[in-house]
Structure formats: structure tokens, C-alpha cells
Design a protein around this ligand. Structure first.
Ligand code: ADP
Length: 200
């Protein structure tokens, strides 16, 4: 399997995208009444927006995706439906990133069947090749800058998967760290690689 090029996302970047989304949403005078966060990736982003926009009604909708090691043509899936009173509400669906855009497209379709009064969407990152464009975007990423974005809430999971992929057997921690640095552009502490391999 090809190890993907990665970009490590800091909490500072997360704060910046949250601020940007707040600015866009307030600027458009479109404060939602209800937020729906796609889990798991949209869980933290939706909570941060709930805080910034002063929205009390926050629901989670579970979507599954192909993940870091599979192929991007795998299908996204909604594994559960949302049980929330959305009828007539101004709803904003939130996720971390639109890559293929499949998850958000499916989520919007499902949420719209619950007859909201208004339906919009927001993501921190939007890959411009995505087939679905959210209403609000924190930052656009052109195709040439595609990377696997290692968000702070997915750090250990991604590191476990990548370290396992990069490890020979027996795993040499320094060699794994070097492979992650060279092939994934991921510069992480040796101790973190050791911990990831233990949990892998
Ligand atoms: P899918 O076809 O897998 O549903 P999406 O673009 O809808 O693709 O993304 C679904 C989820 O997969 C995102 O919310 C995010 O958590 C994760 N994801 C997809 N692409 C990336 C990426 N390039 N970097 C980090 N996470 C990603």
C-alpha cells in the first residue's frame, strides 16, 4: 500500500478555520438554530461552531467512510438515521473535510428528508475536486495539495495505521519514524511512534 502524503493539523489551524466559518456565517446573517455534526470527523468542528455561534441544539449523525488505507472510490455510508426534531429548523451540517464529498452529500440528502426550513453545510477544509461543495468553507485545498490531514482528534488512530503500514517485522521504531518523515512528510516524536506501535 502507498503511504499517503500527510499534513499535520495543529489546534491553531482548527481555531483559525472555526473563526473563519463563524465570520462567514455571521457575515451572511445565517446563524443556524440547529447544528448536525457528522461523526466522527465533524464532532469537534460542530462543537466549536456551536460555541462560537451560541447554538444550543447540536446533534450527531454517523457517517462511515473509506479511511486512510482504503481506496477513495469506496462508498460512504450512513449507518444510522438521525432522530431529531428538524422540521422547519435552520440546520447547518458540519464536517471536518470534503474530499470526495460523498459523506456530506449523503448526510444532506438524509437531513433534507426531515424537512428542515433551511439546510446549509460547513467544513473546515474543502478539496476543490470534491463533487459536493459546502455552503461555507474554512479553507480550500487544490488537488495538487491533496494530503491526508491528520486532525488532532484523529492523531493516534492515524499514527497507529501509518506506523503499522511503515513497519517491517520486527518493527524498528526509528526506522518507522524515518519512513513516516520521508514518505508521509509526517514529523512526529519517536516516543509517539513507539506508543502508536504498541497500540497498533
Ligand atoms: P468519503 O467518500 O470517504 O465519505 P468524504 O470526502 O465525504 O469522503 O470524507 C469523509 C470523511 O473522511 C471526512 O469527514 C474525514 O473525516 C475523512 N477524510 C476524507 N478525506 C480525508 C483527508 N484527505 N484527510 C483527512 N481526513 C479525510
Amino acid at each position: 500500500m502507498e503511504l499517503p502524503r500527510c499534513e499535520l493539523v495543529s489546534w491553531e489551524m482548527v481555531e483559525r478555520w472555526s473563526d473563519r466559518l463563524e465570520e462567514l456565517i455571521r457575515g451572511a446573517d445565517r446563524i443556524p438554530g440547529v447544528l448536525v455534526g457528522l461523526t466522527r470527523g465533524g464532532w469537534v468542528p460542530s462543537r466549536m461552531l456551536a460555541d462560537r455561534l451560541g447554538v444550543k441544539k447540536l446533534y450527531a449523525l454517523r457517517a462511515q467512510h473509506w479511511g486512510i488505507t482504503a481506496t477513495p472510490d469506496g462508498k460512504a455510508e450512513l449507518t444510522e438515521s438521525l432522530h431529531a426534531p428538524l422540521q422547519g429548523e435552520k440546520v447547518l451540517v458540519v464536517d471536518d473535510i470534503t474530499d470526495t464529498g460523498e459523506s456530506l452529500a449523503l448526510a444532506e440528502e438524509h437531513v433534507s428528508s426531515l424537512r428542515p426550513g433551511r439546510l446549509e453545510s460547513a467544513t473546515f477544509l474543502h478539496l476543490t475536486h470534491s463533487k459536493f461543495r459546502p455552503t461555507y468553507v474554512g479553507e480550500e485545498v487544490p488537488r495538487e495539495r491533496w494530503a491526508w490531514f491528520v486532525f488532532p482528534w484523529n492523531y493516534w488512530e492515524d499514527l497507529r495505521v501509518l506506523s503499522r503500514q511503515a513497519a517491517g517485522s520486527p518493527a524498528d521504531v526509528s526506522a518507522v519514524r524515518e519512513t513516516l518523515r520521508e514518505r508521509c512528510h509526517l514529523d512526529v516524536p519517536l516516543e509517539d511512534v513507539r506508543r502508536a506501535l504498541q497500540g497498533a
